[in-house]
Design a protein around this ligand. Sequence first.
Ligand code: ADP
Length: 342
Amino acid sequence: MQVEPEKIPAMLLERIDCGVVYLDESGKVLFINNRAEQLLHVQRGQVLGRRVDMLPLRTPLYRVLSENSLDAPVEMSVEGTVVQIRSCRLPADCGKGELYQLRDITPERNERRQREEFVAMMTHDLKSPLTVIMGYIQALLGEKGKIDHSLHLFLGEMDKSSVKMLTMIDDVLDAYRLEAGLLQIDRHSCDIRPLLEGCSRDGEREAAVHGSSFQSELCDEIPPMELDSKQISRVFANLIGNAVKFTPRRGTITLSSEVRDGFLRVQVSDTGIGIPPEELPRIFNKYFRAQAARGFKGTGLGLTISKAIVEAHGGSIGVESTAGKGSRFSVLLPLHREKEAI
Ligand code: ADP
């Protein structure tokens, strides 16, 4: 049978393994293909010609099409199936509508989960022997005077490297916990000034080792806040660690804080390599590392985890940077629990 050429595109759209939905400028459904009907458990007769915002709220079609998937794909579970949604605005000569593409990514998702569970198990198992090794190193370090001086120095280096390794293992484990919704935040009343002073002392030591200087401009009078102090220290330690790592010798790292409009703002600035504008939007993505960071050690997980921790406290984290000049990371935390950062 000969098919009329003008009918071929529509026919192909009905056959492809990808759901396609087209809305006109007013949000009316003008097209939905076979696969989209299956994925969204809907029949075209029920929705064609209707505006999405007039559909019942809980229908999969409404949920899927109300997500903002313009900038980045969104994943959503629809009755046990994981659907990836991508959308794009069509130009005026195509009617200025919005085109949605839907893919069933359940198998990839399951495979990814299995892989992550394996990595989580491995990293967890690596932690136990490492903790034992660290315990013995600590015990030997305590024997100063009784052991040879150069041996003591070597032990100090082994101790530093094992602490770094433990931090990396913890980051990988936490990235998994984050994905699985298992990252725990334990908030309690906490005096944040001593916590910042501790971070400042550690930063000063780290900066000195790298040949840079460290400035601390901490404000007084921060009221007690409800925080998970261990996790929040980790955020600042990560920002300071990055600032030191990405700043060549003789640079300056500054830790500052201020209280304003019900929020505590902590900033970590550096005079380091900076981040180019095209890479800046991806800086908090899991495993993302800028081109210029390739020569430095790291996992690309620290900022992802830091962002999740800050947001779990109702706060926000942002960055301003100029390539070749330096970066400034700002953490905004509400002083009181009910206030949310913008
Ligand atoms: P890691 O430091 O382990 O690579 P992070 O998640 O902490 O991972 O940071 C992600 C990326 O963001 C880094 O690889 C680097 O490209 C960039 N970055 C973070 N902090 C800075 C900084 N202070 N200066 C320049 N680049 C930075």
